[in-house]
Design a protein around this ligand. Sequence first.
Ligand code: B16
Ligand code: MG
Length: 232
Amino acid sequence: MDKKGFIFDLDGVIVDTAKYHFLAWKKLANSIGVDFTETQNEQLKGVSRIRSLEKILEWGNKTLSEDEFNRLMSSKNQDYLNYIDAMDASEILPDVSKTLDFLIENNQAIALGSASKNAKPILKKVSLFEKFEAIVDGNDVSKAKPNPEVFLIGAQLLGLKPENCIVFEDSVAGIQAANTANMLSIGIGEEDVLHEADFIFKDFTEITQEFIEGIISGTTVKQPKNNLSIKN
Ligand code: B16
Ligand code: MG
C-alpha cells in the first residue's frame, strides 16, 4: 500500500476542548463586563489565542492596554490549563483511537496540525502523544489558519508531498487551509458549515475502514469543486 500522511487537527477532532476554552473565555469576558455566549465561542474555533481575545474585545467594544491584554491572556490560559490538567483518555472523541490504530497498523504517517500552543500537554494527558510521528502546533507557526503553513510544515516533517496528505478538521478556516495546501480535506462536523471540504462526516464513527483504504490506495480522491463564479 502507498504511504499517505494523515494530519489531524486537535480541538474538535481528537478531543472537545472547546468547552474548556468556553469556560475560561467566559470568566475573562465577564471579569471586564463583557457578555460571552456559546455562539461566540463557536466563532473562536481554530482561531489563535491572541486573535480570540481581540475578537472578544471587539464584540464588547472594549480596549485594553498592552500590559492588561497580556495579563488577561495569560490568566485565561492558566484557567484553561487547570481544566486540561483533569483530562484523561476518556475524553478522546468516539472512534478516533480506532482510526489512529488502523492507520498505524497500515504503515501510514500521522501528524498533528493544531493552532493550540497547548497541544503537546493535551496529547500527553489523553495518552496519544506517542502515536504522532510529527506534531505542529501554535508554537511552530507564524501564520494562522486559513493560511496552510501548519499543514505544509506537517507534510514536510512527514517527508511527504502535500498532495499525498489528508487533513481532518472541524473549523472552516482549517478546511480552507487544507484546500489551499492542495491536501484532501475531511470535515468533521456539520455539512452546512464545512461545505468547502472534500468529504464531511459528523464524527469518526461515520468513517469506515473502506473509506480510509480508498484514500490509502488512491481510489478516493479530491472532489472537483463547483466553480460558482461561472454562470450559465
Ligand atoms: P491555545 P485547534 C485551537 O485548537 C482552538 O480551536 C481554538 O479555540 C484556540 O483558541 C486555539 O487552538 C489556540 O489555543 O490557547 O491553547 O493556544 O482546533 O487548532 O486544535
Ligand atoms: Mg479544531
